[in-house]
Design a protein around this ligand. Structure first.
Ligand code: CZF
Ligand code: MG
Length: 200
């Protein structure tokens, strides 16, 4: 299979990308496979800026085409927080469980229909020889009051997807990819994905 390199250390994200890219004929490699020592600082103030930072840093390092994803959860009742700070919302140690607890606490007194939220995913493709590009995908949902489901990662156990009548964490990787912010971003590239990923 052809290989695609994703500038991520998040294993949940990598699984999502495998479900999206394996059917298209690509094996997924991550920072753990190609440059474990790299720690790319996310100093941007938008998802797109951070995705570009990550993709460009690794593309320059490896001198090949690289994809990066910067993503997060925007909760309307919290004015869009945690947003680009989703991974570290409850602290630097990046605990999905602590992040969920913090969100549930902050929304304790918020009732439907005011628990709406969306996942946002910016994907950047960087190459030593081509222009960089970014695309954005979103997925609308509602923050539940309790966790349900064991799949996915991050906030998936409390993200209710009305169109599926399930939590994101109750969907298989393929089902998630069909409706997720990450899947929707990739769909925007699909017409010229092969071209974008060939280092010509
Ligand atoms: O329930 C979720 N389902 C998802 O599908 C999803 N996508 C993003 N997120 C949250 O947003 C952070 C990204 O932050 P992020 O883009 O900086 O990634 P990260 O720091 O985890 O890894 P890296 O790719 O930067 O190495 C993640 O950690 C999660 O908290 C998700 N939560
Ligand atoms: Mg990160």
């Amino acid at each position: 299979m052809k290989k695609i390199i994703i500038a991520t250390k998040n294993k949940g994200k990598a699984k999502d990308f495998e479900a999206l890219f394996n059917p298209l004929g690509y094996d997924v490699l991550t920072l753990h496979d190609v440059a474990e020592e790299m720690d790319i600082e996310e100093t941007g103030i938008t998802f797109e800026e951070n995705a570009l930072l990550k993709a460009t840093a690794l593309a320059n390092h490896l001198q090949t085409i690289v994809i990066a994803d910067d993503s997060g959860l925007e909760i309307d009742a919290l004015d869009g927080r945690p947003g680009i700070y989703s991974a570290r919302y409850a602290g630097e140690e990046k605990s999905d469980d602590a992040n969920i607890d913090k969100v549930l606490e902050e929304l304790e007194n918020v009732e439907e229909p005011n628990r709406t939220a969306r996942f946002v995913c910016a994907i950047a493709i960087a190459s030593p020889t081509q222009k960089t590009i970014t695309v954005r995908g979103t997925c609308e949902g509602v923050i539940a009051k309790e966790r349900r489901g064991n799949n996915g990662f991050g906030y998936d156990p409390i993200f209710y997807v009305p169109s599926e009548n399930k939590m994101m964490a109750e969907l298989s990787a393929d089902e998630k990819g069909a409706i997720s912010h990450r899947g929707n971003a990739i769909k925007k590239l699909s017409a010229n994905l092969a071209e974008l990923l060939s280092d010509k």
